[in-house]
Design a binder for this molecule. Structure first.
Ligand code: 13P
Ligand code: SF4
Length: 305
């Protein structure tokens, strides 16, 4: 209900000031969350923004690995993830034991973990990456063999961009991005021959190979602004389309095929944010040694970008 939503927004804004809280939100969040957030971004931008904020509390509207990243980079702050079970099924495809086994099999390799992974996986890694910087991170690794976890489609994209490296790729995938098919892409080309097709690197290889651009969500926002075409077809979670339309009112954006939704990203509503601000929980807490080791891998990533 509009009236109810407005009163939620007013109360959220008031409480944010009272409690010196900053609300960070990922590009896939519901429009109502995007509109009230202090900062909206992709996972790399949010990681960078969470560092050095002059606040007491971070309300993180996204999924667990993103809130954990904020906690790792700002351990002195209270980091609250409004919905405790907002996880990322891709991150859950690999356990620490799986990674330790891989490391034992390839002792000379370095480990690059996509930030869509648990804090414990980051702690076992040499360096992290996001979809915005994965190729650059791998290019700068000083050994030829790299264990890349957990997304296979992103790993394969990075391998294609870095033929001199040998990537050992964990077979994880994101169920949201896996749903975009080559058939969707071919149909879009027929229906919108003038349009540009932008796909996220978590999409299937055949979708990547036939797209105009393979880019992270921030890359899609940049391309949408600079492109001369009026219609853009987007293969990523539908929340980004809300932001694309808002920032580019004269352009048209369509999802490649049907809209695809990340259920965990959509669990956070204004009511959850308000409750999180009032109760200051559920708080993200991590073991000190995990924070210390994972932070090293995240800081190593920031050196390359
Ligand atoms: P970005 O790094 O582009 O924000 O993507 C995060 C994500 O979860 C993709 O599914
Ligand atoms: Fe995880 Fe996929 Fe959702 Fe991104 S879209 S948070 S990778 S499940």
């Amino acid at each position: 209900m509009v009236f109810q939503d407005e009163s939620f927004v007013e109360r959220i804004i008031k409480l944010k000031t009272q409690k010196q809280a900053v609300m960070l939100a990922h590009n896939y969040q519901l429009g109502q969350i995007q509109d009230v957030a202090d900062f909206l971004g992709d996972s790399l931008e949010l990681a960078k923004r969470s560092k050095g904020l002059g606040c007491k509390m971070i309300i993180f509207c996204g999924v667990r690995f993103m809130a954990e990243t904020a906690k790792i980079l700002s351990p002195e702050k209270k980091v609250v993830l409004p919905v405790e079970d907002a996880g990322c099924p891709l991150a859950d495809t690999i356990t620490v034991e799986d990674l330790q086994r891989l490391k034992a099999t390839y002792p000379d390799a370095k480990v690059v973990s996509y930030v869509n992974s648990s804090a414990e996986i980051k702690a076992e890694s040499d360096v992290c990456c996001t979809s915005a910087n994965a190729s650059t991170v791998v290019e700068n690794i000083d050994v030829p063999q790299i264990i890349f976890v957990p997304d296979a489609n992103l790993g394969r994209w990075v391998q294609k961009n870095n033929p001199s490296k040998k990537l050992i790729i964990w077979p994880g995938s994101c169920y949201v991005h896996q749903q975009f098919t080559l058939e969707d892409l071919q149909n879009a080309r027929k229906s919108f021959p003038e349009a540009e097709i932008l796909v996220h690197p978590e999409c299937r290889p055949e979708v990547q190979d036939n797209a105009d651009f393979v880019v992270s969500t921030s890359g899609m926002l940049k391309r949408a602004k600079s492109s001369q075409v009026k219609t853009l077809i987007i293969a990523t979670e539908e929340g980004l389309i809300y932001r694309l339309k808002k920032e580019n009112p004269k352009k048209e954006f369509y999802s490649l095929g049907n809209s695809r939704i990340c259920l965990n990203m959509k669990k956070t509503t204004l009511a959850e944010v308000l409750a999180a601000l009032e109760d200051e929980k559920p708080e993200v807490s991590l073991k000190d040694d995990v924070i210390k080791k994972a932070r090293k891998a995240l800081e190593e990533m920031v050196k390359f970008i």
